[in-house]
Structure formats: structure tokens, C-alpha cells
Write a new protein. Sequence first.
Length: 220
Amino acid sequence: MALIRDEDKKYLVDEFNKKLKNDIDVVVFTSNNGDCKYCKETLELVDELAALDQKINVVKYIFEDNKDVAEKYGVEKYPATIVTPKGVEDGRIIYYGIPSGYEFGSLIEDIENISIGDADVSKKAVELLSKVDKPVTIKVYVTPTCQYCPRAVGTAHKFALLNKNIRGEMIESLEFEKEASDAGVSAVPHIVINDDVTFVGAYPDDQFAEYVMEAFNHKE
């Protein structure tokens, strides 16, 4: 049974036809171990997406068999889904856990933004982010039924697209329960920047960028 409904496929075909400019890679790391809850479904989802437009290319790796490649992308767990320009081994825009439910919309937005090579971000946020010249990691803990989470994920991923020093991670809290618990997640979206600055909620991008700068300045 298909994971993407026929009516949604028709919409996406039209949407991709209008918006996709350059080829992109959707890189997926899965595992043959039985402990991966949604590896199979993640592969099915990205394969269905790739069938909708020839500019979407799926690259698949088994985590245990490709540790060197996983290290290049900065992948630490699975399933991991990365969106990047075609042929670019860069894990700055990543989903840990299946990008389903409301997060499916985040994945579509990433595909379009990366294909275009730009993202809609406020002038103030762009100005703040331009100062980030050292690595910053933004972790956004979500659940599939959280309707506010895609906004936070989308903002983190836009920031990563606009600045090569920023990495945006979506982490599905139900799939990675221990990690979410260790991070103190009790409500979502729960954002942790550089394992230092934490806040909860889907903030406008200029306020989000201020939190990024707070974490960045702590690292100085």
C-alpha cells in the first residue's frame, strides 16, 4: 500500500514541476538490524517521492556497512534522511526518524528550497546568521502529530541551507525516546542548540536566529 495518497501525488507532481530547478539527492541511511522501527517505511516514502520527478534522486546506504560514508554526512543513527544538492556529500539538512505526518510537509519544503538553492528568511535573521563562522547544531525534537513542529524544523533547515556552518536536525521523539528524555523533552517542538541553549515553540525566524546567536556566542 502506497504511503502517499494518489491525490497528494497529483498535487506534488504539479508542485515539483513548477518549483524544482536543480537536481537534488535524498540520501537515506537505514539498518538491517531489527531495532530500526521505520527503516522500511522511510525507504518506501522517499522512493515514492522520487518517482514523482526526475530531479529527485535517492541514494541509499546501510549504516553498518557504510560507516565511512555515514561519518562524511555526520550521521549517528537511523533511519536518517538527508536532502542535499545532487552529488554533494553534506548532512546539514537531516531528519532522524521517518519524516511522516506533519513533517512530510517539511521534507517537501526542503526538497524545493534546496533545488532552488535559496530559502525565504527575514532580513534580520539573515543578518544575524551571517555572523556564524563556527559550527552550530540545531536539534528540533518533534512528534508526527505536532502541527507546530514543521515550522521549527523548516526554520532550522532554512538556516542550514543559508549558512554552511549550521546543521539542522529533526529528531522524532517517539522513535528516539531515550535521547528525547535525556534532552528533557516534555513538549514539542523542543529545540536544543549546541547542547546549550534550549527553548520550546515555533518562533518567528528572527527570534529563532537570536537563540542561535546566543548559543554561538557561548561557544566563543
